[in-house]
Write a protein that binds this ligand. Sequence first.
Ligand SMILES: [Zn+2]
Ligand SMILES: [Zn+2]
Length: 341
Amino acid sequence: MKAMMLWEPGRMELVDLPLRALGPGEVLLKVEACSICGSDLEGYHGQHPKMTLPRVMGHEVASTVVQVGPEVECLSVGDRVAGMGSLACGQCPPCQAGKRDRCASPLSPGFTAHGAYAEYVVGRAQGCTPIPDDVSFTEAAVAQPAGIANHAVSTRAAVCPGEVLLIQGCGPIGLSAMMLAKLRGATVISTDIVDYRCDLARGMGADLVLNAHRDNVREAALDLTSGRGVDKAIECVGGDQDETIPEAVACVRGGGLVVVVGSFAADRATLPVIDFKFSEKTVTGSQSMPEGYGPIFDLIRSGKLDLAQLVSHRLPLEEVDHGLKMMDTKAENVIKVVIEP
Ligand SMILES: [Zn+2]
Ligand SMILES: [Zn+2]
C-alpha cells in the first residue's frame, strides 16, 4: 500500500509498505479521509514529545473497515468508522500473557505506530466509533478537533446560557469551541492574530472578534460586561507563546475560570499571580475527548453544527507535506486540510 513516510524532520516520501497480518482485536481500515492536526506539524518538525521516527503520521481519520482480525465482534467489513484507538504493543508482560487489552505500553497510530497518511491503517476495533449514515467521511475526520472543543466547552468549562466567554484562537478547535459555546447560549468574544481567521470567526457567528495583537482584548471584554470581566476563558492557541494565559486571567471576572486546551511547546507560562490570588480565579486544563464522537455526530445530524466550513483544503495522499507547509505558514487561508488517499 502507498503511505507517506516521515523519515526525519522535514523529509517525507511516498513509499510502498506491506500490509501486516492483524492481531486479536485489530481491524484493517481503508482510509477515506484524514485531517492534518497541529500535532502532525510538531512531528514534522521533530518537536512532538511522543512521536518516534520514521513514522507514517495521521490520526484524525475516517475510514471503512475492510478486514477484521481474530476476536473482533463489535465491527464488520464495510462499517464506516471514526478514530482507531491504540494498539497493543505485543511485547510487554500482559501482552505476552495473552492479555492484550491490558497492554502496559499501548502504541498510538500516527505517533508510535504507523498512522493514516496511507491507503490503509491498522486500528483497534474497540477504539473505532461507527459513523452515522448521514455524517460524511470528511465531517467525521474533522469531528475530532470538535470533540476536543466539546470536552472543554461542555465538561471542563460547563458553559451555561447567558455567560460571556473569551475564546482565544480561531483555528479548528477554537472555532469549534466558539460554535459549541454559542449553541449553549453563551455570548462569545473570539480572538486570533491572523486576519483571515478572525473573518472566518465573524462569518461563523462569534459575537465580537478581535485581533489580539492590534486590539485591546481586556478593554473590550470589560466594555462588553459592564466592567465585570468575562465569566470564562477558553485558551485554544498553545504553541510557542506566553501571551494567552496572562490575557485570559486578566479578562475573566473575580471567581472566573480559565480552561487551557492549547498544546504548549514549553512547560511554562506566566501567571499574573496577584490578580489570580486576590480575585479567586481558577485555571484548569482540558485534555482529549472522553465524551467521544457521539455528541458531535448528534449535533451534525441535527443540522446545528456545520463542520464542513472548517475544511479549507482537500488534498491527495502525495500532498501531505504540501498541506503541512501550508499550515506552517498559514498560507492560502488554511484552516483544516483533509487528506483523501
Ligand atoms: Zn490531533
Ligand atoms: Zn503490550
